[in-house]
Design a protein around this ligand. Sequence first.
Ligand SMILES: [Ca+2]
Ligand SMILES: [Ca+2]
Ligand SMILES: [Ca+2]
Ligand SMILES: [Ca+2]
Length: 426
Amino acid sequence: MKPNRILIALASAFVAVPATAQTVSDPNLVVTPYLTGLSEPTGMVFSGAGEGFVIEKATGQVKRFDGGVLSAAPVLDLAVNADSERGLLGIALDPDFANNGYTYLYYSSNDQPGAVDGGTWVDNRVVRYQWDGSALVGAGLSRTFGAASDGQATGPNHDGGPLVFGPDGKLYGATGDLNRSALEQNSSTTVSSNVGGIYRLNTDLTPGTGNPFGGAQAPFYAYGVRNSFGLAFDPVTENLWDTENGPGSFDEINLVASGFNSGWTQIMGPDSEDPQDVDDLVALPGSAYSDPEFSFLRPIGITALQFLHGSSWGSSYDDAVIVGDNNTGRLFLLRLNATRTGFVLGGDLADLVADTTAERNSLSFGTDFNVVTGLQQGADGALYVVALGDGTVYRIAPVPEPTTWTTLAMGLGLLGFMHLRRRRSA
Ligand SMILES: [Ca+2]
Ligand SMILES: [Ca+2]
Ligand SMILES: [Ca+2]
Ligand SMILES: [Ca+2]
């Protein structure tokens, strides 16, 4: 073995990282499996460095991880109906979780007792549990967004799911339209569907103080949303953003102001792309329509989104937003403008629409993430990707710096190399 190969072998033995099929386009970043062996994970949340909770769609189970290690036994096992897009779909921790342990979940409930899954769908509900250090206990509070007893369509698609706390201390979540067609779908001016928007709640699950609407829409912050798997707050501006799923055309990324009407079922994608216009919408007092900040003409089922400001990836990503999807296994990367109210896009994307596969894939940043259902930035600044289809949470972080041992090994290798050179030249 030639000396330089010894050096390389020594060095690589100490900086080896597990290889995955997943790729990202930045060679300074590496993808590693973080939590594995999960059953259809739909989300995760950190409660501290290396610790938190992960949820499973069809088991209705919440599992705990600590020190980066997953506990096999659940800390809560809900009775869920997981038909189609239903199931255990969202989790968020109270801003004061360290003191009160409040943990919020969003799921499709059934008529079965205990933790038995299946059965007949009853409703989609937000519930508040409490972490006692070993289990989630004491559910008492709940709020329903769409019930079988409403006498309207029941889905089973378009259940929404994401939960996130805002910088204002309110709980935000998304509900899909459950295939209903009423006020929140811009169809009826009088009948509420109770679904199809972004809700904003106080921590006791009552309609959020300061919400834009009254009456049946009091829990809502925005409406006209067909379905959403992604909500995130920009840590710089504190603006809320969502992703929305179109029917045969137009997935959307939106900046969501209080009172936002996204347009569904009258308008999907940019208003200029269809014959209906803003006059065709149900305009609640305090509401306002606006076009999406970006659209995908051919829907791919976009899902979670996450801002990378302040991440461990470095300041070159401070203006970046990552978006996952259901259909292609990709992560897409878009860059915000200076005011962080839209995206910087040129060429064929300057129209803010990915019209073709080539336009769409020009935004591709990662591949082979099988059905992305969650994106979270950890306390370590890494990006964590929940991949439902792989039963895995991946971690994307900078390639590790050489450790002391690696440096020592490289030093020994270099000494050996110099020794051999001296012998050869002697
Ligand atoms: Ca269960
Ligand atoms: Ca819209
Ligand atoms: Ca139009
Ligand atoms: Ca275009």
